[in-house]
Write a protein that binds this ligand. Sequence first.
Ligand code: LLP
Length: 423
Amino acid sequence: MHHFTYREGHLYAEDVALEAIARAVGTPFYCYSAATLRRHFRVFADAFADRDTLVAFSVKSLSNLAVLTLLQKEGAGADVVSGGELSRALTAGIPGDRIVFSGVGKTRTEMAAALEAGIHQFNVESVPELQALNDVAISHDTTAPVALRINPDVAAGSHDKISTGRAEDKFGIPWAQARDVYRLAGNLPGIAVKGVDVHIGSQITDLAPFEKAFNRTAELVRALRADGHEITRLDLGGGLGVPYQHGDDQSAPPHPEVYAEMIKRIAGPLDVQLIFEPGRMITGNAGILVSRIIYHKEGESRRFLILDAAMNDLIRPALYDAWHDVIPVREPGSQGGKVKYDLVGPVCETGDTFARQRDLPELAENDLVAFLTAGAYGAVQASQYNTRPLVLEVLVDGDRYAVIRKRPTTAQILAMESVPDWV
Ligand code: LLP
């Protein structure tokens, strides 16, 4: 469900024509729908409204301050993975006690900042990290609220590069060591053990791996309680997938209601606060990338559409072979046939290919196209490769829109660098 629809032949974001935005701000740009963001957050939060739950939006999926502020107003907490994301969440007005800090490599400086912000929980992933956090907390004369992230050794069934819960992945504390590490944590004066954390991967469209991991985790909570730990929180991570391909019901993810039912069945009897870290489920379908066709090139065996967006603006196809639906911003007539195109960017790499042999209506130079479901892990993974400026972002809310991240000028990009006088 999203708010990018055709009206009288033109693609709109809510009540704003994308052609009007493109004229005003240039291309390429990301465009987010406030209504879609709000709706997705509410659907998720409402599914758990009858329980003590913290929905900590996974900032990494879309970290623009305007989006964080909008979600904060809906009641979102934040899941952060760096000092930078912590600052973003706090700047957006998300209170410290609604922030959880995840990630395998928190530095002592980041830990100190998070303690000063009074965050709800550190999700700790190793013994050395636990010891470092203990030291930092003691030096701050406080105790750090902690959940240990346990690796349940469950394959999430999504793309290899975004699966995190198998024994060979770098994440979490090995299942077999969990009780020993909790014993250690329980004896560290700077650590307050609060809960258990698990996150098995991203873009998961099947309930089964979740269910397997959560059952194992519930089993661990019981064992830890038997060992004398007071476990009052269960952080079940993020990972719920979104539909990327229109009309593909096969890989449609479960509705949050169905996901919630399964979780309540498993976690209900434990009487814990539930914490979630959804990212993609909230932001994925709330954003598109709009790009203009620079050239139409007839290759030996392929027809190429060369766009003004490139892999530096949306890296998901290059990195994960990800599929994004592409649609023209001017709605095609019902008469015309389909043509197979390869959609590519201007970056000097063959990998700078968004789609191969994609069936599209006939398109021409200067036409605009939109990549759908680009809200999650789109703009946040953008770079300035080939000295292409960081991609611009726009937020639409009803009939209003605003640029929420500017496109830097080349002069601004160059101004970040300096040439030592000894060169
Ligand atoms: N919690 C933790 C600890 C995570 O590592 C992640 C995502 C999330 C929550 C949010 O997961 P979500 O609900 O968004 O699936 N760049 C990749 C996805 C990387 C996901 C990394 N971790 C992509 O474009 O598909």
